[in-house]
Design a protein around this ligand. Structure first.
Ligand code: ADP
Ligand code: MG
Length: 395
């Protein structure tokens, strides 16, 4: 116990300034055999647990960091909380973990109200962006730290460590210190902590943002595979739309503390609910232009317009990859060409707006050339200019 106290006071990694409660482990981890969940599953064995938020709010002064947020993460799913910096993703995750207290609303985990429970009673583990490993402890000790604090027996600890090390490929590194590991290996140790906790819900806050692109790609796959294999419910915070789209079963897109859209990745791409959602997902982003000037230059573009609406009230959206070059179509003056190998991005000017398209292969064109562009009417997205909301066309 004395050692733990010393760790806490002097040698632990710096605590996040936002943390409002002291925590015993740098990566705060719930007791492995923690609260008995309603289904009464055996201790240590993963139980399926859905996570549900209803009208959850959190204010900092007058700012609503989280504003009446409601969503359900189905048991065994990976749910990405996606959005730009400052939109409330981390706060939402910390509310679920119990590291912050909600001002309003309810949070349910495995059908149990946890809104007012302390973090350790909620049956969740959490991995932060900073790995926050203890520098003077070995990999094995770092992984098992939370278990020892929770008084999990020695044999059980060892069994879980062996299993986690095997899953994460850390067997050869267990005696090393964090300083002797690469960034990716350190990240795995942080993941190892969450795995040995064997909680049915795992929360991850931008766990890969410190890694280089190649490693990020590998870790994305590993985390996803692991989540599937263990059947855990994972809430995964990221500002990277590619990460969310490639990993998640469900994407909760946030903006200014509120949910912009909550949908599976394919639906977010195919039927974005707002202009913001349309432009946040996909690279390059969807072109969204006022419909009137586009219609004036190329009347066929309005063919699929929603009935009973004036072009002046609408914005027209079309993804760069849905547009092709044609002898006739929307005329644009080429401003820039970007050859990417498999395809080329062409940026052209239409009146006061810019349209970016992605066409296969290499394109013979020069800046100033006039090109003509066309797309399937069914690939057009319509939005109300005043609200930014999607409007369904009849097509
Ligand atoms: P994200 O994780 O999406 O980048 P955060 O949840 O960290 O966003 O923050 C949401 C908003 O709440 C931001 O405006 C942020 O500045 C503010 N915020 C977060 N934590 C605190 C805090 N402890 N005190 C005051 N403001 C905070
Ligand atoms: Mg954050």
């Amino acid at each position: 116990m004395a050692i733990e106290l010393r760790l806490r006071e002097t040698t632990g990694p710096p605590q996040s300034p936002r943390r409002t409660r002291p925590s015993i482990a740098p990566d705060w981890i719930a007791p492995a055999h923690g609260p008995t969940l309603p289904d009464g599953g055996a201790a240590g064995e993963l139980r399926l647990a859905a996570v549900e938020l209803r009208d959850v709010s959190k204010h900092w002064g007058k700012t609503a960091a989280v504003d009446r947020v409601s969503f359900t993460a189905q048991a065994g799913n990976l749910v990405a909380l996606l959005g730009p910096s400052g939109c409330g993703k981390s706060t939402t995750l910390r509310l679920i973990a119990g590291l912050e207290a909600a001002d309003a609303g309810t949070i349910t985990i495995a059908d149990r109200h946890v809104t007012n429970l302390r973090p350790s009673a909620r049956g969740v583990s959490m991995v932060f962006q900073s790995y926050a490993l203890f520098p003077h402890l070995s990999v094995a000790e770092n992984i098992m730290f939370g278990l020892r604090v929770r008084r999990v027996g020695r044999a059980d600890r060892k069994a879980r460590l062996t299993r986690a090390a095997e899953i994460l490929g850390l067997q050869q590194l267990l005696d090393r210190k964090p300083s002797q590991l690469s960034g990716g290996q350190q990240q795995r140790v942080a993941l190892g902590r969450a795995i040995v906790a064997e909680t049915p819900v795992c929360l991850m806050d931008e766990p890969l943002s410190n890694l280089d692109a190649q490693l990020r790609l590998e870790m994305r796959r590993e985390i996803r595979a692991l989540q599937r294999r263990l059947g855990i419910t994972m809430l995964y915070v990221t500002h990277d739309q590619v990460e969310a789209m490639t990993m998640a079963d469900q994407v909760v897109l946030m903006r200014s503390g509120a949910i912009e859209q909550d949908a599976p990745p394919a639906e977010l791409y195919e039927r974005p609910a707002t202009i913001f959602a349309a432009r946040f997902v996909g690279t390059p982003p969807m072109n969204v232009l006022p419909a009137a000037p586009v219609g004036a230059a190329y009347s066929a573009a309005l063919a699929s317009a929603p009935p009973g609406r004036r072009a002046t009230d609408l914005a027209i959206g079309v993804r760069p990859e849905d547009v092709r070059l044609a002898p006739q179509g929307l005329p644009g003056a080429v401003m820039a060409l970007e050859y990417l190998g498999a395809d080329t991005l062409i940026e052209s000017r239409i009146h006061d707006d810019v349209l970016v398209i992605r066409v296969p292969g290499k394109v013979q064109a020069d800046t100033g050339d006039i090109i003509h562009m066309t797309w399937e009417p069914g690939r057009t997205h319509w939005f109300e200019l005043s609200t930014g909301h999607r409007v369904e066309s009849q097509a």
